[in-house]
Design a protein around this ligand. Structure first.
Ligand SMILES: Cc1cc2nc3c(=O)[nH]c(=O)nc-3n(C[C@H](O)[C@H](O)[C@H](O)COP(=O)(O)O)c2cc1C
Length: 329
């Protein structure tokens, strides 16, 4: 009786329905946790420090833009100062490491404009002066590099090689060759993946018009993306995963992305990772523009090129201490 029942269309429908419900439950778990703890819905000191990092990073990036214009980012300066005050309060009146990084960037911004005799808005200038007077601050100085210096550690040990990779936002005019991209993809394919399923794909957008449209949809590359010679879209195929592995797709994709970043660096392709756009509308447009099948999920984008021919700046992007990252149980 049971065997006969299992052969019916109704039973097959029931099994599919049960599978779909378990997928919904699986994703609902992650959605619930995200809604509960993300920085937009939950005010914790750690979350507000992360928001502060994202804010001062905008200024840090601004300091290293290829066509930097003085007076840039003044509204962000004000927001960063307000955020800094909030984190200071949440930290019981102490400046944490993140606060010190933010203060150092604000100080660099202030002194750059002083040095260049560029008049900032008076409210911004006085807000900067009063926050900078609250601590003994050493200004940051974004990294000054050159093509020789940047590629110097390609054959060094891993510690030096890894430390020498930075997000590049200053590209040169010479195109990067497809041979370099192919060599990097071949190397990145050494990445580990769940049951060796290798769900990744890399779309290399060499067409100028499509690249411009793609980068506009991404949005986080203003001021430098237009100078990149190629853009990459990294995807993972959902059809390579079981029903309850939805998030594993992003783990596999993230591992591949990092390997690709190192592989590009090793092949002298200057690049910057770009997050995927946040809206479903933009994602759909990118799928259509590049011809990415609906079964694939976009993990991230990258802009690639050769290095600027002259000296160029790199954002410092200071890192957390080991004690803040490692938990021994
Ligand atoms: C997932 C992801 C998304 C990113 N998105 C952007 C972006 O939209 N625009 C940008 O300029 N940099 C972006 N970056 C680069 C980060 O700002 C950079 O990796 C970080 O500040 C560390 O600096 P480093 O890469 O020089 O070590 C992204 C990096 C990652 C990993």
């Amino acid at each position: 009786m049971k065997a006969i029942l299992k052969k019916t269309a109704l039973f097959r429908y029931y099994v599919k329905l049960r599978q779909k419900l378990s997928i919904i439950k699986y994703f609902a778990y992650f959605c619930k946790k995200h809604a509960q703890y993300c920085m937009d819905t939950c005010c914790t000191c750690k979350g507000e420090e992360a928001r502060l990092t994202a804010m001062y990073h905008v200024l840090e990036k601004g300091l290293t833009m290829p066509e930097r214009r003085l007076g840039f980012g003044q509204p962000m300066v004000l927001q960063t100062i307000k955020q800094l005050q909030l984190v200071h309060k949440l930290n019981n009146g102490e400046y944490s490491d993140v606060c010190h990084h933010a203060l150092a960037v604000l100080s660099e911004y202030y002194h750059l404009h002083q040095r260049e005799h560029f008049p900032l808005e008076s409210s911004i200038e006085s807000a900067l002066e009063s926050i900078l007077a609250t601590a003994n601050i050493t200004s940051s100085a974004q990294i000054e590099s050159s093509p020789e210096e940047y590629w110097r550690h390609l054959n060094a040990d891993f510690a030096k090689f890894s430390a020498s990779r930075h997000s590049v936002r200053n590209f040169g005019k010479t195109p990067v060759s497809m041979k370099q991209i192919q060599a990097a993809v071949e190397l990145a394919n050494n990445s580990p993946s769940a049951c060796n399923r290798q769900p990744w794909k890399v779309y290399c957008v060499a067409d100028n018009e499509k690249r411009a449209q793609l980068l506009q949809l991404q949005g986080g590359n203003r001021g430098f993306g237009q100078f990149a010679d190629k853009a990459l879209v990294i995807t993972c195929d959902r059809s390579s995963f079981y029903a309850l592995e939805g998030m594993s797709l992003y783990v596999n994709g993230g591992i591949y992305l990092m390997n690709l970043s190192y592989a590009l660096h090793y092949n002298k392709v200057a690049h910057c990772i770009l997050g995927m756009p946040c809206t479903a509308g933009s994602l759909r447009k990118i799928h259509k523009l590049i011809g990415i099948p609906d079964s694939e999920s976009i993990i991230a984008l990258m802009v690639c090129g050769t290095l600027a021919e002259h000296n160029f700046p790199l954002a410092i992007s200071p890192r957390k201490n080991v004690e803040d990252s490692l938990v021994v149980i």
